[in-house]
Design a protein around this ligand. Sequence first.
Ligand code: SF4
Ligand code: SF4
Length: 355
Amino acid sequence: MNFLTKGIYFARLLYSLQVGKVVTPLYNVQMDTTWMCNLKCKMCEWDDILMDRKTHIDFNLFKRVIQESIELGLRKINLGVAGEPMIHPEITKIINFLTENRIEISVVTNLSYSIDKFIESLKKVSKIIVSVDAATPDTYSKVRTGGDFERVISNLTKLSDSGVNIIASYVIEKNNYKEINEFIKLMHKIKVKKLHFGIVNNINQDILKQVMLSESEYNEMLEIIEEGIKTSEILGISSDGMLRPGFAISHRERFLRRLDGGTQVPHEIDSIPCYVMFFFATVTPRGDVYPCCDAQKIPWMKVGDLSLHGFREIWRGEIYNNLRRKFKKPGKPIICERCPLEDFNRTMYRYLRWI
Ligand code: SF4
Ligand code: SF4
């Protein structure tokens, strides 16, 4: 982008945010190629009732969305969040189509399957986020039901040896919080250099109660995290999310409050507008469009149906613009308290709060 293009882009962004009507390019699309999954994790936040686990996105629909998105400015796509994206019967065609169109691809996968027939496709992906969540087979079997730990580690080794950009992800919960340090050391051993640590999230209170840390476990975790930060530094591994210095302590009250039903949205988060909606959209395998992946849990947040309308029409349409305006103000639903893109919203707010 040259200076003039940047200036025009910024002016369009300010206009969009001011009036709550998007005239900026679409930057990123989140797309589940399928809702099917090879695992059945206890803490899975993707409800079988909301998701028809047999649904794959139709390849022609996928192509149509991407072609329209490219005209709108699309640069990046994230494949997979509520299912295992590599299960899609035409995943190789999907990745090839995106690569031919120079779209940067991120894939979220559990890697608990044979990757031999996918290895060439995976090498074309710019970022692979692998859900591991354990440092031993025993813990893995408790967290990732139906998965095969040894296979995941062997696949990770193959991919890191091929030079693929990998982020190994660790969602902290009751069953695995004691293994954070062992996980860092194991990833170092197989040459994975980037780790992300989140904390378990689920709007189903019954599931959350089974997997979320108690107050004493949380306090114990704080000490383990301190040790983990030191281990990462010594081994030269980048560990973000919960392992950012001070993060787990400053978010302590908020995380623990999740166990109280989580019905209150804390004022400081609720008062920040959702800027994500001006850059981002989520497309489900059924062809429904939502502002972000978590919004799929709230049926009234659906902004369009691709069997009835084009993607451009939905992205610039009144239903999505109304939601953009509504989410500039407080009173957001429960999912926003646990916003996976909170960092992005906070950063934008720091610079653009005057709008
Ligand atoms: S791998 Fe992911 S989508 Fe599949 S069951 Fe586990 S948490 Fe859910
Ligand atoms: S969770 Fe809420 S605040 Fe976060 S991106 Fe989605 S709609 Fe926006």
